[in-house]
Write a protein that binds this ligand. Structure first.
Ligand code: URA
Length: 217
């Protein structure tokens, strides 16, 4: 399925809200300092979380206001497990938790084997009841999709049946990869860029998200 078809089918959502686009333009700017970059990643993630959770089921419950008794919607159904992919995904965690404060948190660490170029999982700590939760994976840059696809496999192996991904920028290659291996995974992104360069960076992108978040360059 092409990116255009995936968008039409609703499995890929590109959030075009002006606030999101405005903040992502600042993230792309090579002169945006770490302190602002970190704050912007949080803010963009919060706005993407709003979009990613818009189909959460609700049920009417009885509530007594100071004036009268009524029935009002509250979120029902599964609880959330939010799982950042180390290390850059951790920069997005607070953005989700500021909206879903009761979420449990899992961590997945991946590195790329320089010989096979395949992702290798070096760390995984998931909530014990992850199988009963809606999983939100966090990775700011969906580039080749190799490590994200491996992270999806990790949570599915642990029993998760409902998985979505929030990323800030995606390359079409990454979207196609996730969609090919995991067509059930919904992807919510702020921007879909042109593609990947020869070093696997998203272009025009924003550079290395981890380095920019943590000032390690
Ligand atoms: N990871 C990043 O941090 N940036 C890219 O452009 C691709 C992968």
């Amino acid at each position: 399925m092409s990116v255009a078809e995936a968008k039409k089918a609703g499995v890929v959502i590109e959030v075009k809200h002006p606030l999101v686009q405005h903040k992502v333009a600042y993230l792309r700017d090579k002169d945006t300092p770490t302190v602002h970059f970190r704050k912007l990643v949080n803010e963009v993630t919060l706005l993407l979380t709003y979009e990613a959770t818009k189909d959460m089921p609700t049920e009417d419950v009885e509530v007594e206001t100071p004036l009268e008794l009524g029935r009002f919607p509250r979120i029902s159904g599964k609880k959330v497990a939010v799982c950042p992919i180390l290390r850059a995904g951790v920069g997005m965690l607070d953005g989700v938790l500021s909206l879903i404060s009761s979420a449990r948190v899992g961590f997945i660490g991946m590195y790329r084997d320089e010989e096979t170029l395949q992702p290798v999982e070096y760390y995984s700590k998931l909530p014990a009841d992850v199988a009963d939760r809606d999983v939100i994976l966090l990775d700011p840059m969906l580039a080749t999709g190799n490590s994200t696809a491996a992270a999806v496999e990790t949570v599915k192996r642990a029993g998760a049946t409902s998985v979505r991904l929030i990323a800030i920028i995606a390359a079409p290659e990454g979207i196609e990869r996730i969609h090919r291996d995991h067509p059930d995974v919904q992807i919510v992104v702020a921007a879909i860029d042109r593609g990947l360069n020869e070093r696997g960076y998203i272009v025009p992108g924003l550079g290395d998200a981890g380095d920019r978040l943590y000032g390690t360059k």
